[in-house]
Design a protein around this ligand. Structure first.
Ligand SMILES: *[C@@H]1O[C@H](CO)[C@@H](O)[C@H](O)[C@H]1NC(C)=O
Ligand SMILES: *[C@@H]1O[C@H](CO)[C@@H](O)[C@H](O)[C@H]1NC(C)=O
Length: 423
């Protein structure tokens, strides 16, 4: 009884041990069969006149950092690189149905790919600490993530409504097209794991085959990312402030000249523009080719506010003049004050109507003739104006002209910036 029991336990233990060890030995056999004669320095081909076809797919995880001033950009990307290794095929049924295997990259041949637009150092697209998956068909899949530091030249012409296109060229420098062919199966970058950036929106992405057919060039795959700036901050912070300051700027002309505050307000506006210029400066790359259009708008605002300051001073001098008004100036100002003329005309007509009712007994013709004559006299005779009236007229026209210029320039600039519409 005891003996039977012992035999049972022994056989169970033996069976379990045998099954386990047979699985382990199968895997060991597979590994040694695959790798005992494997030379990882050679291309994964039996016939070395053939080409290794490598597919590269990429996914964008996030835009870590994009420094517009230096053009430096850090992208977290995930890569999915696949190729076929003819030397690493096996029949799964010979090895307990095992059809896939993970190996460290150091054990097998893997392609050396680089990012051409690297920042700082040329970076290899690989991560040797991430295992590679083999399939019994010889297919090899290597998926890993990498933070790529690259250079993307920034075109700030339409700041803050600009869109940037960054190119990431992945190349096998060491190879020529007849040895290694790089291609991509998808035409876009995957965004399954993408987390949006606070400053840039990913508008679109393109993946392209760029390999030329010329034999001695390296194989290439190109990724194009189109990023649109999220401009809410700049619109609120810069554009709105600039436009409202500019709008306020010419209201100095409707301030009473006697208040004595005009020039100080004008100077304050002028200085505010200079402060804003500094603020824009810290947000826009100091690039001259091409220069950001917003600088031209700022330049206009500076000229505009210095012109307002100048006109203010001229206007104050007009108010403070004591001497008689020269005839030419008087005439000119009377012409400019056409609303006075209208008022005179209207008051004449009113007077005439009143006269007509009062003197209804007299003959209409004579009254009319007299009135017409008087009216004509009043219009022809240029009234004498005071310097205060000249100043008021000057202010009125300054306000009108500067407002029109400001409105015109602002709408043109904003239209052009917003629609990315060149000169
Ligand atoms: C490779 O991946 C590991 C994690 O699997 C990570 O710690 C390491 O930083 C990566 N190396 C490079 C060069 O990206
Ligand atoms: C790139 O080339 C490969 C092979 O020639 C093709 O299968 C693939 O569709 C191409 N990819 C694109 C995005 O055109």
């Amino acid at each position: 009884m005891n003996l039977v029991y012992c035999a049972c336990v022994f056989s169970v233990v033996f069976c379990v041990k045998f099954v386990y060890s047979s699985d382990l030995t199968q895997m060991e056999a597979l590994y040694s069969n695959l790798f005992s004669l494997y030379n990882r320095k050679l291309f994964p081909l039996f016939n070395h006149n053939n080409t290794v076809k490598i597919s590269v797919d990429a996914g964008l995880v996030n835009i870590n950092n994009f420094d517009e001033l230096s053009g430096e950009m850090h992208l977290a990307l995930i890569f999915d690189i696949r190729w076929l290794d003819e030397r690493l095929k096996w029949v799964p049924s010979h090895y307990g149905g095992k059809s896939t295997l993970l190996v460290p990259p150091g054990d097998i041949w893997f392609p050396q790919l680089y990012v051409i637009e690297s920042f700082d150092v040329i970076q290899e697209i690989s991560n040797t600490s991430v295992m590679i998956r083999l399939y019994s068909s010889g297919e090899i899949v290597w998926k890993f993530g990498k933070v790529v530091k690259l250079v993307c030249s920034v075109d700030v012409t339409y700041f803050p409504f600009d869109t940037q296109t960054c190119s990431i060229k992945i190349s096998g420098w060491a190879y020529i097209v007849s040895e290694v062919m790089l291609y991509t199966n998808t035409s876009v970058v995957h965004t399954d794991y993408y987390s949006p950036n606070s400053q840039w929106d990913l508008q679109s992405s393109i993946m392209r085959n760029l390999s030329s057919t010329t034999n001695d060039l390296p194989p290439l795959v190109d990724i194009l990312l189109t990023l649109k700036r999220r401009n809410e901050f700049h619109v609120v912070y810069i554009i709105t402030s600039l436009v409202s300051l500019g709008t306020l700027g010419n209201f100095v002309f409707i301030m009473p000249a006697s208040s004595g505050e005009r020039t100080s307000v004008a100077i304050t506006t002028f200085l505010s523009f200079i402060v804003f210029m500094e603020m824009v400066n810290s947000n826009v790359p100091e690039s001259s080719s091409p220069m950001a259009y917003i600088y031209y708008y700022l330049l206009f605002l500076l000229i505009y506010s210095s012109a307002i300051l100048f006109l203010c001073i001229v206007s104050l001098r007009i108010y403070s003049k004591q001497a008689d008004i020269p005839e030419v100036v008087n005439r000119l100002v009377v012409c400019l004050r056409f609303w006075d003329l209208c008022r005179t005309k209207r008051s004449c007509r009113n007077a005439r109507l009143r006269n007509a009712t009062v003197l209804s007994k007299k003959s209409h013709e004579s009254v009319n003739r007299n009135d017409n004559k008087r009216e004509n006299e009043m219009i022809l005779e240029t009234p004498k104006l005071s310097w205060k009236q000249v100043g008021e007229t000057f202010d009125g026209y300054c306000f009108l002209v500067t407002s029109l210029i400001f409105l015109f320039m602002t709408s043109i600039s904003m239209f052009r910036l917003y629609n990315n519409f060149g000169l």
